[in-house]
Design a protein around this ligand. Structure first.
Ligand code: FPP
Length: 251
C-alpha cells in the first residue's frame, strides 16, 4: 500500500504498542481564552478529547492509559474553577460508566483521593468498584496527584515496615519501592505525552517515567484527538529504546 495515503493508525505496528501511555492534558484554559470563553468551557471540551482518546486506546488494545486530571497543585486555582472540574468529573463518570462496561474499561484513580469532595469520592469509588470486573484497558485518573508526595508516602511506608521489623533496610530495592507507589499494579509508562507546547513534567509520575519516551505537541488538549494519539504512537515506534545499552547490543 502507498504509505502516503495511509492514515497514522494503519502504519502502527500492533505488535510494538506501548503497554502504558501517560498523558499530561494541558491547554484547556488557553483553548477557551483563544475563543473568548471562560476556562471552564475548555475543561468541558477537554472531556470530548478524553472520550476520543479512551475509545481509540480501547480500539488499539492499549493496556494502561493514565491521565493527569488534577494535580495536587491545582487546588491553588480559583475555587469556582476547582468546583467546576470536580462537577465535571462526577458528571463524566456518571455519563461514561455504561460505555466503560461496554468497552471492558476498568477505572482506577491515583493521588491523595481523600482530598476530593465527598460526592466526587463516592462517584469515583462506585465506578471503580463497578468496573473492577472488566479486563480491558485500565484507565487511571491522577487526581490530587503529586509525584513527590507519592514518593514521600512510599518512603514513609517503607520506613514503617523497617521499624516494625518486617523489612531489612539492606533488602530495599527498586521492586520493593515500586510496590509502595500508587502505581504498584501497573507497568511503567513507555510513552508520556504532553499537550499545549509546554516542555515540563510538572510533578507527574517522576519515578515511573525513568525510561519513558517523551512526546510533546503544541496542540491544546481540547484539540487533541485520536489521529494525534496515533501520530504520537508512531513517533514512539520509530525511536530506538536502548535502556543504557548500545545499538549493537540491541541488534
Ligand atoms: C489542564 O489545562 C487541564 C486540567 C487541569 C484539567 C483536566 C480536566 C479535564 C480534561 C476534564 C475532566 C476530565 C475527566 C477525565 C472527566 P489548563 O487548565 O492547565 O490549561 P492552561 O494551561 O491553558 O491554563
Amino acid at each position: 500500500m502507498n504509505v502516503s495515503i495511509m492514515g497514522y493508525k494503519d502504519q502502527i505496528d500492533l505488535s510494538k504498542l506501548p503497554r502504558h501511555i501517560a498523558i499530561i492534558m494541558d491547554g484547556n484554559g488557553r483553548w477557551a481564552k483563544d475563543k473568548g470563553k471562560l476556562r471552564v468551557f475548555g475543561h468541558h471540551s477537554g472531556v470530548v478529547s478524553v472520550r476520543d482518546i479512551v475509545e481509540a486506546s480501547v480500539e488499539l488494545g492499549i493496556e494502561y492509559l493514565t491521565l493527569y486530571t488534577f494535580s495536587a497543585e491545582n487546588w491553588n486555582r480559583p475555587k469556582l474553577e476547582i468546583m467546576a472540574i470536580m462537577e465535571l468529573l462526577v458528571s463524566t463518570i456518571d455519563k461514561e460508566i455504561n460505555t466503560f462496561m461496554k468497552n471492558n474499561v476498568r477505572l482506577n484513580a491515583i493521588g491523595d483521593l481523600e482530598m476530593l469532595p465527598e460526592k466526587c469520592r463516592v462517584e469515583l469509588t462506585n465506578a471503580i468498584k463497578k468496573t473492577s470486573v472488566n479486563t480491558g484497558l485500565v484507565l487511571t485518573l491522577a487526581l490530587s496527584y503529586s509525584s513527590r508526595r507519592e514518593i514521600l508516602r512510599a518512603v514513609r511506608s517503607i520506613a514503617e515496615q523497617v521499624k516494625a521489623g518486617e523489612l531489612r533496610s539492606e533488602d530495599i530495592n527498586e521492586e520493593i519501592f515500586e510496590n509502595n507507589l500508587f502505581t504498584k499494579d501497573m507497568p511503567n509508562p513507555e510513552l508520556l505525552i504532553r499537550t499545549s507546547g509546554e516542555y515540563r513534567i510538572s510533578n507527574y509520575l517522576l519515578w515511573q517515567i525513568a525510561y519513558a519516551e517523551l512526546y510533546f505537541t503544541s496542540k491544546l488538549w481540547p484539540d487533541f484527538r485520536r489521529e494525534d494519539l496515533f501520530e504520537a504512537i508512531l513517533d514512539y515506534q520509530k525511536r530506538e529504546r536502548r535502556f543504557g545499552m548500545t545499538s549493537e547490543q540491541l541488534n
